[in-house]
Design a protein around this ligand. Structure first.
Ligand SMILES: NC(=O)c1ccc[n+]([C@@H]2O[C@H](COP(=O)([O-])OP(=O)(O)OC[C@H]3O[C@@H](n4cnc5c(N)ncnc54)[C@H](OP(=O)(O)O)[C@@H]3O)[C@@H](O)[C@H]2O)c1
Length: 225
């Protein structure tokens, strides 16, 4: 299978490296994607900053190929699902392509349900990323808050070259619980994005439309043995 990559910065370059001979084309700002070239690929993986998404969205859509989007800090249009369906293709939009993040999602949902018995719990989510990250809070921190489904203060810190640290703290007057995830190498996002693109290409049972990374992960691991 041949996969193209749009955005060859800190994360996209890891995808290019891992794809090796399965790479179709690598696009960036100086060599932007075209519909024709994308159509020669079985799927595309995108790691451009949120503020570049609007520009490349129509090209990716028109190409009609499956797309694994890693970009954060962009508000996806409401009619996107219809447009993807119309092109008869499959997309995954992931705020975090870490496979381990799916374990965290289950843990946060359990914490949310379990915290009902705590007396006056306070929920805090804190994230740390490298100084060049454009969006804050991170897309992942926002996903954690959504999974938690509680009032939670979300704070951000920008420091050095940190790949991504997320921490959830639940405190009461008498106890404290901390859940922490740290991305040690950006290769982990590349691994998850390639896995997702491969599923979009080869899984015949997957209907056309848009999936979150969690939905795709659950579909493959729970329904498709
Ligand atoms: N979902 C996840 O798991 C995950 C993980 C890590 C990062 N991210 C997100 O992925 C995005 C990229 O992060 P990064 O740290 O890899 O960024 P980065 O190092 O700044 O790289 C951005 C890349 O996008 C390219 N680009 C910018 N505008 C473009 C355009 N209009 N057309 C084509 N290419 C364009 C840049 O090309 P030039 O070099 O030519 O300017 C560069 O190659 C961010 O939104 C980040 O939050 C998501």
């Amino acid at each position: 299978m041949k996969i193209s990559v749009i955005g060859t910065g800190k994360t996209g370059s890891k995808v290019v490296e891992m794809l090796g001979e399965n790479l179709a084309y690598a696009f960036d700002e100086s060599s932007p994607p075209t519909i024709e070239k994308l159509k020669e690929s079985d799927a595309v993986i995108i790691f451009v900053p949120g503020d570049a998404v609007a520009e490349i969205l129509p090209v990716v859509l028109e190409s009609g190929i499956p797309a694994a989007w890693g970009s954060t800090g962009f508000s996806w249009p409401e009619d996107l699902e219809n447009k993807v369906q119309k092109m008869e293709t499959k997309w995954v939009l992931a705020t975090n392509f870490s496979l381990g993040m799916n374990i965290i999602r289950n843990a946060i949902e359990a914490i949310s349900a379990g915290s009902e018995i705590l007396k006056d719990p306070i929920f805090k989510i804190h994230e740390v990323h490298h100084v060049n990250k454009k969006d804050a809070p991170s897309g992942t921190a926002l996903s954690w808050k959504e999974w938690l489904d509680k009032d939670a203060e979300v704070t951000s810190e920008r420091e050095g070259d940190v790949n991504g640290i997320h921490e959830l703290k639940i405190s009461t007057q008498t106890e404290e619980i901390t859940l922490k995830h740290e991305a040690l190498d950006r290769g982990l996002f590349a691994e998850g994005a390639i896995w997702a693109a491969e599923q979009l290409i080869k899984n015949q049972n997957l209907m056309n439309g848009i999936y979150t990374f969690g939905q795709l992960f659950d579909f493959i691991t729970k329904n498709n043995d």
